[in-house]
Ligand binder design. Structure first.
Ligand SMILES: C[S@@+](CC[C@H](N)C(=O)[O-])C[C@H]1O[C@@H](n2cnc3c(N)ncnc32)[C@H](O)[C@@H]1O
Length: 271
């Protein structure tokens, strides 16, 4: 069902970004959570990793998993994804297997480990990368969008990196400290309940500022990567194509279209 024909292995290697978007557009909405321009930008950020057999991580799987997978498949790397929704992992495995692995003749399980569990768990979350004797080069953070959870994930990631690593964030303009009231209100709406008001104490600075400042204080070298998303998102057809559900998401605060420039942000760090 997902083995649409794009071209042979050589054509894919010559046009990996076109192939990535071709595969992404096969996805149903529930696993296609990021704009095309962000997906391409993640792929380009990954390409700047300067190491053979790269090890890349993500929290919250979906279209982003295609970008990470294509990168590790073409660069003999490894990828680990955490998502508490096991159905997403299982579904993406079948899509990736049909749409990417068959064409590139690669073994999905050699390159991708999906962990259907909390990313921050001490025994089965990001810290296990060390136990598995890998060193991580990159992490894309896109799970439970609160600063508390993000910082917990980031601190787990810091325990498994080498000297150089890249931090990439989705929804980096969010300002939710401990509770994601937008998501909670979306769930309450589906339950037929009134929304609850977000207390002022739950509002923090945007994640890109909080994380940028945390990294800047801690490490010798922190370079803000000039990502292509900021150049390209305004022309991205994803936003119009999904305008209907995005308007509904905006009404419960899940998307702030005025802040979209900072939907994606990333940094290169040297310890
Ligand atoms: C916004 S979606 C991810 C979108 C995806 N990156 C994409 O490109 O479409 C967020 C995901 O994070 C997962 N999640 C939420 N809390 C989590 C946690 N503590 N650990 C792992 N995954 C979590 C949810 O199940 C959900 O699938």
């Amino acid at each position: 069902m997902y083995d649409f024909h794009f071209g042979d292995k050589e054509q894919i290697k010559q046009n990996p970004e076109d192939f990535l978007i071709f595969c992404k557009r096969l996805l149903p909405r529930w696993v296609n959570g990021i704009p095309d321009s962000e997906c391409i930008s993640i792929y380009r950020t990954l390409k700047s990793i300067n190491r053979s057999n790269p090890v890349v991580l993500e929290t919250g799987c979906g279209a982003s998993s295609l970008a990470l997978f294509l990168y590790v498949a073409l660069n003999d790397g490894k990828m680990f994804s955490w998502d508490t929704n096991g159905s997403k992992g299982s579904f993406l495995r079948s899509v990736i297997s049909e749409s990417i692995c068959r064409q590139l003749e690669v073994d999905l399980y050699k390159h991708w480990t999906f962990i259907g569990f909390d990313s921050t768990n001490e025994y089965a979350g990001i810290p296990v990368i060390k136990e598995l004797k890998y060193t991580a080069d990159f992490c894309y953070f896109d799970s439970w969008h609160t600063l508390d959870h993000l910082m917990n994930e980031l601190k787990c990631f810091e325990t498994v990196t080498g000297e150089d690593f890249i931090v990439a964030l989705d929804d980096a303009y969010y300002t939710k400290l401990s509770n994601n009231f937008s998501y909670i209100n979306m769930i309450r709406k589906k339950l037929g309940l009134d929304g609850v008001e977000e207390p002022a104490s739950n509002v923090c600075s945007p994640f890109y500022q909080e994380v940028g400042s945390y990294l800047g204080k801690k490490y010798n070298s922190v370079e803000k990567i000039a990502d292509s998303y900021k150049e390209e998102y305004k022309r991205d057809m994803f936003f119009n194509y999904f305008a209907g559900d995005r308007a509904a998401m905006g009404s419960v605060g899940m998307e702030d279209s005025s802040a979209l420039e900072h939907r994606y942000d990333c940094w290169r760090i040297s310890k």
